[in-house]
Design a protein around this ligand. Structure first.
Ligand code: ZN
Length: 314
């Protein structure tokens, strides 16, 4: 391997905001809109609708590799008080950057280390509230947009017996429908979800990093993706896999994978795979996450299990 996992970070939740401020300090470097930092790295700055006059929040999307085609997507801290994912994502960024400098990124990798700037800023009487949006009272991991009806009403004429063509057409339709929905008049949390879905729902793999208060490492995913995703479970040494059909409430991973499953069920005469393998990864308890170790495992998984040509062996 050409990189080394050298730093193991352990912290307690009470220091979460302090840790976040430290990370923001690290991120002050080179963060202007759509700035190209290296040969393939691009940081896209997405402006969220202002929550009040004089206030504005931003989403930063880190991208490497070709800007179209297959992609692997990882977001962290959608539940913004689950901070360990931030650390994992930031280690991941450093590792990907190193691989990129060696010319090793051949397909697109997208990392959103601060997936929820709204939740990160919600501090009430010195208590960080990151799970629910204070403005809407909605759990940040619920009420994601389900595009099933919009896609199934328009897709049939585009389908054929060519599986890769079906994936291409459905992805195009997903982007077009999200484009129609995405509007600055949306509530800020809905706008955020729509912005993230534009990357995640068309990715080959979409990983959502969470963390429990006290837990072993475990995964949530769609039942139809098992045992295909057993490689990820093995790589992460996940000791419990919670697999089920769509459970309701529209959490992130179910919306991303469930959409493909729903379309395939509606049109069984055409070859339609679950082209977005989405997984919620619970990175164990909040005080026992090794950021560097997990970043290393995600890179290994993306490299060798999901799409062997995303990362070329340098
Ligand atoms: Zn969570």
């Amino acid at each position: 391997m050409f990189f080394h996992a050298t730093l193991s970070v352990k912290f307690k939740m009470s220091s979460g905001l302090k840790t976040f401020c430290l990370l923001i300090g690290l991120y002050k470097i080179r963060m202007s809109s759509n700035e190209r930092i290296s040969s393939s790295r691009c940081v896209e700055k997405i402006v969220l609708p202002s929550c009040a006059p004089g206030n504005q929040r931003y989403l930063f999307v880190h991208k490497w590799g070709p800007q179209n085609g297959d992609s692997a997507y990882i977001q962290a801290s959608l539940h913004a008080d689950e901070v360990p994912g931030l650390l994992v994502a930031n280690h991941l960024i450093k590792m990907i950057q190193e691989i990129d400098s060696l010319g090793g990124i051949t397909k697109q990798i997208i990392v959103v280390p601060f997936a929820n700037p709204i939740g990160l800023s919600q501090s009430v009487f010195e208590r960080h509230i990151g799970r629910y949006c204070l403005a809407s009272s909605i759990n940040f991991n619920r009420n994601w947009i389900d595009l099933t009806n919009r896609i199934t009403s328009k897709v049939e004429a585009l389908l054929s017996m060519d599986e890769s063509s079906n994936v291409y057409e459905i992805r195009k339709l997903i982007l077009s429908e999200l484009g129609l929905l995405h509007s600055a008049t949306m509530k800020e949390d809905d706008y955020l979800k729509c912005a993230l879905l534009k990357y995640a729902a068309i990715a080959d793999v979409a990983l959502d990093l969470h963390c429990d208060s006290d837990a072993i490492l475990h995964l949530y995913t769609l039942d139809k993706l098992w045992p295909k995703l057993s490689d990820l479970a093995i790589e992460l040494q996940s000791r419990c896999q919670l697999i089920s059909p769509v459970t309701g409430g529209n959490p992130f991973d179910e919306v991303c994978s469930g959409l493909w499953s729903n379309i395939a069920e509606k049109f069984p005469m055409y070859p339609i795979p679950i082209a977005c393998q989405s997984v919620t990864v619970e990175l164990r308890g909040e005080s026992d996450v090794s950021a560097a170790l997990h970043a290393h495992k995600f890179i290994t998984y993306i490299s060798y299990s999901v799409n062997p040509v995303v990362v070329r062996d340098c």
